[in-house]
Design a protein around this ligand. Structure first.
Ligand code: NAD
Ligand code: DAU
Length: 382
């Protein structure tokens, strides 16, 4: 399928984090993007500019790193003007549920206020480049009511969101784009708020927006607080493998490159004002996933499976722990022709290998303060 939109200067927020850095890598490789990428990132504990050191070296004129905060309105406006930004892909966020339970404040300021700051800067910078003031002509999705679904726009704000905004599922069913929002952690509530702001800017001002809600990502460069990298590293170091609650919560897993391919598909071909769910159609109970991971680490390191299994430690459950997530991504598949390309075995194997091969990266991203809190709340894990 051909691309309907092309961009010259893409602002990627949070491009030094896990998914954002993989997205920038994707733009310069598989996507064949020929323009300039501006990466605006505050470098919180989760951001590491070294993730893109090779890209910075190979593309000194087409890759720009701006160290700054999305909550800084003057800086964000300056970035729009200085680099003539015509597309935003907004990854920057506080992303870890456990941290949001410990201290929600930065989740509200970054995820809600930061998104507002970006939307407002886009609205001001792009005046005259879209049907602004078109509130009376737009439907709930922010597109023209009489011309039907629109794909034409010279500017675009793509917002990265999560399946967690939909709440928690029972044993059956999957989240659809029409599922009512029911966020249940400070993290998911802050992401839901940001989604509503993006929808509001589309509806009220006609700002060309698209939104994607994705399930759990895994792959290289993921901060080792999230389940998969945490478990791999603890296995390598012979530390306990902390399983929350009964270990039977279910997540849907997607390889990060497949997520990014979906984002690029939506940015270039998606309908303005629309939301698209992205998922792996790959549900795993946490404990079952952990056993699969143990087999892979055992294969790669020669450690006996039995020895790794003995590290499994059931700990206190996460407060408000959502039971099950599952994604219906048929809209994205049927309308835009995207599909997952990396099998779970292939993606997990590659991820295990990457963590084995990158001890320097691991050492550089670890944070002492957070580990203390985790130990206090979930028992000894080190
Ligand atoms: P991450 O925590 O690895 O990276 C977040 C990045 O944002 C970091 O580089 C950090 O420095 C930056 N950042 C944080 N606050 C900032 C601020 N105020 N100003 C500028 N930069 C700031 O996160 P991730 O896992 O890569 O997630 C990226 C996005 O994808 C988030 O919006 C998250 O909600 C969403 N998402 C994540 C997953 C997942 O499984 N990780 C799944 C679905 C959606
Ligand atoms: O669903 C998308 C979301 O996936 C994203 O929006 C979030 O940014 C991302 O962090 C992720 O949230 P989860 O809470 O699902 O991911 P996490 O890796 O923290 O946990 C995955 C599951 O594993 C969850 O059921 C909690 C459990 N868990 C997690 C950790 C860190 C454990 O049992 N032990 C652990 O030590």
């Amino acid at each position: 399928m051909s691309e309907l939109r092309s961009f010259s200067n893409i602002l990627v927020t949070g491009g030094a984090g896990f998914i954002g850095s993989n997205f920038i890598r994707y733009l310069f490789s598989d996507a064949g993007f020929g323009g300039r990428v501006v990466n605006l990132d505050a470098l919180t504990y989760a951001g590491n500019p070294q993730n893109l050191a090779d890209i910075a070296a190979v593309y000194p004129d087409r890759y720009v790193f701006v160290h700054g905060d999305i909550r800084d309105a003057a800086l964000v406006q300056k970035v729009f003007a200085e680099y003539d930004i015509d597309a935003v892909v907004h990854f920057a966020a506080e992303s870890h549920v456990d941290r949001s339970i410990l201290d929600p404040q930065s989740f509200i300021t970054t995820n809600v206020m930061g998104t507002y700051t970006l939307l407002e800067a886009a609205r001001q910078a792009w005046k005259g480049r879209y049907g602004d003031g078109a509130a009376q002509e737009t439907g709930a999705t922010g597109r023209s009511a009489d011309t039907g679904p629109s794909t034409a726009s010279s500017v675009l704000f793509h917002h990265i969101s999560t399946d967690e905004v939909y709440g928690s599922l029972g044993e059956e069913g999957a989240f659809k784009e029409t599922t009512p929002y029911d966020p249940r952690s400070p993290y998911s509530a802050s992401k839901a708020s940001s989604d509503f702001l993006v929808k509001a800017y589309g509806h009220t001002y006609g700002l060309p927006v698209t939104i994607s809600n994705c399930s759990n990502n895994y792959g290289p460069y993921q901060f080792p607080e999230k389940l998969i990298p945490l478990m791999i590293l603890n296995m390598l170091e012979g530390k306990p493998l902390p399983v929350y609650g009964d270990g039977r919560n279910i997540r849907d897993w997607l390889y990060v490159v497949d997520h990014n391919a979906a984002v690029w598909t939506i940015m270039t071909r998606g309908r303005i004002g629309e939301t698209y769910n992205i998922g792996g159609e790959n549900e795993w109970e946490n404990i079952r996933l952990l056993h699969r991971l143990i087999e892979m680490v055992a294969e790669s390191t020669g450690k006996p499976v039995r020895q790794l299994e003995e590290l499994i430690t059931y700990v206190k459950d996460r407060p408000g722990h959502d039971r099950r997530y599952a994604i219906d991504c048929s809209k994205l598949k049927n309308e835009l022709g995207w599909k997952q390309s990396v099998s779970f075995d292939e993606g997990l194997r590659h991820t295990v290998r990457w963590y084995l091969d990158n001890p320097g990266w691991i050492a550089s991203v670890r944070s002492g303060a957070y580990r203390e809190w985790i130990e206090k709340n979930y028992g000894d894990r080190s």
